[in-house]
Design a protein around this ligand. Sequence first.
Ligand code: PLP
Length: 402
Amino acid sequence: MFVRMRNLWRYPSWLYRTPAEKFPDTSSDTLRVLARLHAVRNELGERSVANNLGALYTLPHPLAAKTYALFLDQNPNHLGHWADKPPQQGATIRLEYEVIRAMTDLYGATGKHLTGYITSGATEGNIFSVWLGKTYLSRFSPPEKIRVLMTSLTHYSVRKAADICGVQSDIVGIHTPTWAMDPDSFLETARRLHKKGITGILLPLTLGYTSTGTSDDIAVISQAVTRLQKELPRLRIFVWIDAATQGLVTPFLSDFRPFRDPNIQTIVVDFHKYGLVPYSAGILLYRRAMQTLIERPIEYLRETDATLSGSRPGARYENYDEYVKRLKAIEDIATNKKGVSESFAIQAGREVRVIVNPEALTDDEAIRLSAEIRDEIKEKVTYPGTVTVTIIRELRHSEVAK
Ligand SMILES: Cc1ncc(COP(=O)(O)O)c(C=O)c1O
């Protein structure tokens, strides 16, 4: 009842004014700040996002939302690079490590060969890839002799990345029946540029373009790359896969092991596109041998950093497995007790509701049981905050009048 009232309740609009577009002279009191924020939240609540997959906007899965809530008050910072060895401490950092390892495995590789980090999304992954690729190619080629080759269906973030990293770009034609990069046009463009003195090429291949879903044929373009490198030994080519949109589903639909191909250096994937997780969350994986090219010591810590971001939020890395295991462990402790018929861990494991059989336990025994369950949870389960144990002993009896 109370919960329903709270949902219906609106802060009256006289409590807040839509702020003038100038920095306020005085601070606002908490009530006014909350009133304004709730008004904005109500606006969001009125949106219908049920069919918004095409706009890459889905509501977070309740588990994902709880994950954020679970860690937000701790506000862990993931500054640095955590893919190398399981950190001994650093709670959520360990979760980032586990996510990277799991994703490395999903793409058919091992931690010996790949490294990476959790990014803010595919734009960051693409900027990172141009940065890494340019640094790698600059060992063999003057920086001004490096070009990005892309199609008109390469995501615009690649052009942004090229601008940021000071690399010019050229357009390769599209093979119209498939709308993928045309291998002949790629060969022709690369040969023409090489004749003009270009000695390094950065080549993003798309796996799922935003609005059309089109993909480049990675195997076909990679064959063209191998052929070109034999033909033009002074030309180096750094290839990566921008799999922002389809990187999460492809391994479940086909045997997708991109790093078996020695031409592929990085993969960029988003979790937030269809994964029902809140913005922003993506992952970048790349060949471990390249890490030292961009790794730098952090002067004020004993760590090194091989990311583009610097400080990164740690609240987004809860490992769902661990979360589900914890809920199950709490429920199992209760369910295994004598006289218990069912138990439900709720509120992300902050409470367990235990339904007891009224014929098997008296009221006093039920109260003793709650203490027993509490003690066993304390002893066997690791959890943040507290876990409330609520016992429900309800006697229902009915007679049917015919
Ligand atoms: C293929 C591709 N690359 C990159 C991006 C940019 O992703 P983000 O918005 O996560 O930075 C998108 C976004 O839709 C995309 O579809």
